[in-house]
Write a protein that binds this ligand. Structure first.
Ligand code: FPP
Ligand code: MG
Length: 291
């Protein structure tokens, strides 16, 4: 099995090559994009892309640009999520947020510009046109008005209101789950997987996505800003609807276990004969993550 650390090195090095360092003032927008893109992060989404592609026998080098495109979208979402008009956060990935360093307008533009850069990166990759288009379509469908942006919008609408478990799941399936699902689907599509395999991979992604968000809600209550690299306690401060508020710690832990096991069974069923140990191991490591 290819080591996770090898993949992370490849991801970081490719991202580093996407936007060269510059001191020229006209490059300020590019530098603000580079700042957030290279600020660290666990690289879970591009890892999922590479691991699914590798599980189906595709050369990870060929899929690397597509994996990094997903990280560009993720980084844009973090920059915008931190803006004063959204969560107004000053710390992310252990560093001052983009708008704190570059100002609100540049940070907004950095998030905007990361989106076309992601699609440009997919469409300029060495994948066949058919596979590249499939990947671009999955990404577009998962991050817009029927995916991540919808989730962010519903999250904002729900602030200060008491939500049911179904409403909370709807928010988080879109806000967090859709991009994780897209990552799994894109890795599968980049390797020429069937529609059934793409659907199963995305189903796995949605389930680990919900588990991921539940862990995020727990960490916001019990962790420290040093460990998380972002401010803690902000959910309660902003009267956010979280799984911790709705279910309490014990039920949250049970839900994470249940969703992770369900996710793994979905994969095992549809990917019989393929080595899915890497995504399975990643799902299990995410289950108990500390940051
Ligand atoms: C942390 O990921 C991120 C989440 C738990 C997702 C939260 C959702 C958003 C920020 C969506 C915002 C949407 C818009 C449209 C602005 P992580 O723990 O993997 O972070 P890392 O990459 O820094 O490790
Ligand atoms: Mg938010």
């Amino acid at each position: 099995m290819i080591q996770k650390t090898d993949f992370i090195e490849k991801i970081n090095s490719y991202l580093n090559s996407c936007i060269p360092q510059s001191d020229i003032i006209q490059d300020g927008l590019a530098q603000s994009m580079r700042y957030s893109l290279l600020a660290g992060g666990k690289r879970i989404r591009p890892l999922l892309v590479l691991e699914f592609a590798a599980a189906l026998g595709e050369n990870p080098e060929k899929v690397l640009p597509v994996a990094c495109a997903v990280e560009m979208i993720h980084t844009y979402s973090l920059i915008h999520d931190d803006l004063p008009c959204m969560d107004n956060d000053v710390l992310r990935r252990g560093k001052p947020t983009n708008h704190v360093v570059y100002g609100e307008c540049t940070a907004t533009l950095a998030g905007d510009a990361l989106q076309p850069l992601a699609f440009e990166t997919i469409l300029s990759s060495e994948l066949s046109a058919e596979r590249a288009v499939r990947c671009a379509r999955i990404l577009a469908e998962c991050i817009g008005m029927k995916g991540m942006c919808l989730g962010q919008y519903l999250d904002m609408l729900g602030e200060g209101k008491e939500l049911t478990a179904e409403e909370l799941d709807l928010i988080n399936n879109n806000k967090t789950g859709a991009l994780l699902a897209a990552s799994c689907g894109i890795g599968t599509a980049a390797a020429g997987g069937s529609e059934r395999q793409i659907n199963a991979a995305m189903n796995f992604g949605y389930k680990i996505g919900l588990a991921f968000q539940i862990r995020d809600d727990i960490l916001d209550v019990i962790s420290t800003s040093e460990e998380l690299g972002k401010n803690v306690g902000s959910d309660a401060e902003e009267k956010k609807n979280t799984y911790m508020v709705l279910l309490g710690r014990e039920k949250c832990e049970n839900e994470i276990k249940r969703l992770t096991e369900e996710a793994i069974s979905v994969l095992e069923e549809e990917f019989r004969g393929f080595d899915i140990s890497a995504p399975v191991e990643l799902a299990r490591s995410m289950e108990n993550r500390k940051n």
